[in-house]
Design a binder for this molecule. Structure first.
Ligand code: HT7
Ligand code: ZN
Length: 862
């Protein structure tokens, strides 16, 4: 497959001011008549040929200005038509079989309904079209189909007309007044019902909001609708963005490759991010629904009104929109806990990507398959990069920058450079050097050292950006770090400063506020970097107990744990490390100033994946490899030590939390700490944990408590395990999203027989390889279970490779996402590395590998 380069971008020679589509809908046969008004683009190199992208489709007929023509040709999947004049009308008829579309890209069938997914290049599976984001067109769509099967017919924009054909079929016409690229096109036809609620915008526009679902799911849609209304108001208040149509439709579908899609006026969502009630969804699920609803809504401005010029600019809309949804959730749920959650996600998903063979800048330079670039780097690191601009400018000036961006580029297909320039001009920043964040991959490492000089402190910061594939040499980046210098002796916290590191090494001087200084740095995680500081254990304990920045407190505790666990996993002595951690935990448990939501965060040990990254490349020579077995054992030992060392405090915390009712404002925090107490009990006293968890499971009046208990039980060899797993299955049989949890719980479990269990689950009657949620619920969970995935004999690697080979012909996009866990082979100890590499080679040798999987496997082996 060819490599596409960012540098090769050229404007399209033709414009398409209007697009008329007529769909005659059927699950097995849908006929599409596309009528395109085309005219020469004066801003592009002229061409007498019109290239229309296609993918697996054939034209039934082609007419130009009303005359049938046959001088067109196919160039690979594309249709190329000679056009001599300046403006023409081109009509093309295609026929497709949505029921055979297992890739879930383009028009496909899901549970008896029809729906679309066009981003990034799915529209070309429906009809021939210049399927690129810089070709904006105004769409009119007529849909017709059997009324009984498809009583609801939805498309982008507003419904213009509807009627019956008198033969059992009906039709609807839709008009979207906003020009859009083809990737934002959407259509849905099915037997759906809506939870509806109007929203009145700041200027008085009444917007009809609908959440469309299957009838049996209607009772679980209130949270989604309320989240939508909250998002609409927040975007007006925070970014000055108002909604621009009279209708906002969201449709939930159960077969979906990603989380959701922001199609103009007609979002299509994975059911996982719509449906929630307390019996079937955890607190985390409620948060995810709110976050994804907000994310897709915010795209209406950052994505739809201003779209991307080409797919290399994906972070323009995704990075910015992730930042917007993060800020929204911070405002809804509290800044500190949300920030910690977001950093945890970044470290779990993006840092390993940046350190591995798939590392790429947030604005990549090349790709073979764009679907592979919907990554944590483009999304989450992209958000961090814009967050840094906001930190440097301050909220008010940042808002001036975003206002200018929206004003300047409304209605355009823009670039990351356009965004940066608007922030520079609007916020008054010089971002010349800062632009390196768009072009350099890799997580910078910042070293911190200091010396006390009289009544001041000299802090030396140095940075190093690691080599990444295709980028051996790096230039120093702009790294803004919020910091404060506390006094350990006085137990006082210092004033906050912002140090902006721009050179390879730089010294910053600040006054001291007391003796025995301790530096609190990267407060609030202002920069997505790895800080390397050699702090004495006492200093970390001090920060964990006293830092006034909640993130820095969390960070100190994590660092304490990482230092100890990496040393323990490497066979080094970490004398006093365990005892210090037990004491730090005791302090967290006793701290009356903390609420339980924060306490629950602080109680979470660094994940094994994070420890894997910390161990790889560490050590005196920097060549240490990660040993997942040793990491797991060390972490379990520490959990047991904390569980027994703090048993009394943990029991007291559990008893207190158990008294808090579900709806109490403190309820969420209480549920979080209860789950943590069970985790520590399971490591220190499994029999007691089994009893506690079984009791919690039986008494639960909500999914958070039930799932938390079952998660712990699933890892134990106790009779309670099988009983409660069977109960859970019977109780929720038929509810796909909850049965997904049942698969995940078992695939993630710490049970010694987890591989055999996952093998058996793959044969379960409810397992299907055709539904991405179900595949992820079993296999993505398993790939994230270090104990199972990294089994010493390579059985875990084999299982994932087998899955990739089986899934690739069915759904290549989903298959390709399973490659990256195997791609970490270079950072792991040699025995496992060889086994992982051998599995990648086995995949690479397979015939007819998709472009998606081929690209990921070849990059992983390079
Ligand atoms: N913008 C949406 C991307 C998306 C997608 C991409 C490839 C294949 C399937 C997909 N479904 C949705 C999602 C978002 O970021 O909002
Ligand atoms: Zn998005």
């Amino acid at each position: 497959p060819p490599v596409i380069h960012r540098e090769d971008y050229r404007p399209f020679p033709w414009r398409v001011p209007t697009t008329d589509l007529a769909f005659e809908l059927g699950i097995e046969k849908t006929r599409i008549t596309a009528t395109l008004a085309v005219e020469r683009n004066p801003d592009a190199e002229p061409s007498d040929r019109l290239r229309l992208n296609g993918d697996g489709i054939t034209a039934q007929s082609v007419t130009v200005d009303g005359e049938a023509v046959n001088d067109w040709e196919m160039d690979g999947p594309d249709l190329v038509l000679p056009l001599a004049g300046d403006a023409h009308t081109v009509e093309i008829v295609t026929e497709i079989d949505p029921s055979a579309n297992t890739q879930l890209m383009g028009l496909y069938a899901s549970n008896g309904m029809l729906c679309t997914q066009c981003e990034a290049e799915g529209f070309r599976r429906i009809t021939f079209f210049p399927d690129r984001p810089d070709v904006l067109s105004t769409y009119r769509v007529r849909m017709s189909g059997p009324k009984e099967q498809f009583p609801i017919l939805l498309c982008n924009g507003n419904r213009a007309a509807e009627g019956e054909n008198g033969d059992g079929t009906h039709w609807a016409e839709w008009h979207d007044p906003w020009p859009k690229p083809s990737y934002l096109f959407a259509l849905v036809a099915g037997d759906l019902v809506a939870n509806s609620g109007d929203f009145t915008t700041v200027s008085g526009r009444r917007v009809e909001c609908n959440i469309w679902v299957r009838r049996e799911d209607l009772a679980r849609t209130d949270h989604a609708l309320e989240s939508l209304h909250r998002s609409m108001r927040w975007d007006e208040e925070t970014f000055g963005r108002e909604y621009d149509l009279d209708l906002y439709n969201i449709v939930a579908v159960s077969d979906f490759n990603m989380g959701a899609m922001e199609n103009k006026g007609l979002n299509v969502f994975n059911t996982k991010y719509v449906l929630a009630d307390k019996d079937t969804a955890t607190d985390g699920d409620f948060d995810a629904v709110e976050g994804v609803i907000a994310h897709e809504y915010f795209h209406n401005w950052s994505g739809n009104r201003i779209t991307c010029r080409d797919w290399f600019q994906l972070s323009l809309k995704e990075g910015f929109t992730v930042l917007r949804d993060q800020l929204f959730s911070q405002d809804m749920r509290g800044e500190a806990v949300k920030r910690i959650e977001d950093v945890r996600i970044l470290r779990a998903a993006q840092f390993p990507e940046d350190a591995g063979p798939l590392a790429h800048p947030i604005r990549p330079d090349s790709y073979r398959e764009i679907s592979n670039f919907y990554t944590a780097t483009v999304y989450n690191k992209g958000a961090e990069v814009i967050r840094m601009m906001r930190s440097m400018a301050g909220e008010e000036r940042f808002r001036k920058g975003t206002d200018l961006y929206f004003e300047r580029h409304d209605g355009e297909a823009a670039t990351c450079e356009d965004f940066v320039r608007a922030i520079e001009d609007g916020a008054g920043l010089d971002l010349t050097q800062f632009r390196l964040w768009y072009s350099q991959a890799g997580t910078p490492r910042v070293r911190v050292s200091h010396e006390v000089a009289g009544d001041g402190i000299r802090i030396t910061l140095s940075q190093q950006v690691p080599a990444t594939p295709g980028q051996a040499k790096k230039q120093p980046m702009v790294i803004p770090l919020r910091l404060a210098v506390h006094s350990k002796a006085n137990e006082t916290t210092g004033t906050e400063h912002i140090a902006v590191l721009t050179e390879a090494e730089q010294v910053f001087e600040y006054p001291l506020t007391g003796p025995d200084p301790v530096i609190s740095i990267n407060r609030g995680f202002t920069a997505p970097v790895i800080v390397e500081r050699e702090l004495a254990r006492d200093d970390l304990v001090f920060l964990a107990a006293h830092d006034d920045d909640p993130f820095a407190r969390y960070e100190a505790l994590q660092e304490l744990a990482v230092d100890h666990l990496v040393a323990a996993a490497s066979g080094e002595t970490s004398e006093g490390g365990e005892a210090a951690l037990v004491e730090a935990f005791r302090a967290i448990l006793a701290d009356g100033t903390l609420d339980d939501a924060m306490r629950g965060e602080l109680m979470m040990l660094p994940s094994e994946t994070y420890l894997f990254e910390a161990m790889a490349g560490s050590g005196a020579t920097g060549t240490r490899k990660a040993d997942p077995g040793a990491i797991h054992a060390a972490r379990e030992r520490l959990k047991a030590a904390i569980g027994s060392g703090c048993a009394e405090e943990l029991d007291a915390l559990y008893d207190r939390a158990e008294e808090v009712a579900f709806d109490d404002p403190a309820g969420r925090g209480a549920r979080k700490v209860k789950a943590q107490v069970l985790v520590y009990a399971a490591a220190s006293d499994p029999a007691k944990a089994a009893e506690m968890a079984a009791r919690q499971y039986d008494r639960a009046d909500n999914m958070t408590d039930r799932q938390g208990a079952l998660m712990v039980l699933a890892g134990l060899e106790a009779p309670e395990r099988e009983e409660r797993l069977a109960d859970f299955y019977d109780r929720y049989r038929g509810n796909d999203l909850v049965i997904d949890k049942w698969f995940t719980l078992q695939a993630l479990s710490l049970h010694p027989q987890v591989i055999a269990q996952v093998e058996a689950l793959a044969q379960h009657r409810d397992f299907t390889i055709r539904n991405p949620n179900r595949v992820r619920s079993l296999y993505m969970a398993f790939a994230g279970n270090p104990q199972g995935f990294h089994a010493q004999d390579g059985a875990g690697y084999r299982m994932i490779a087998d899955l990739i080979l089986k899934l690739d012909p069915i759904n290549p996009q989903t298959a390709a996402r399973f490659v990256s866990p195997l791609g970490r082979w270079r950072r792991i100890e040699p025995k496992r590395a060889a086994l992982m590499k051998a599995e990648l080679e086995r995949i690479a040798e397979a015939d007819n590998l998709s472009r998606d999987t081929y690209e990921q496997v070849s990059r992983s082996l390079d």
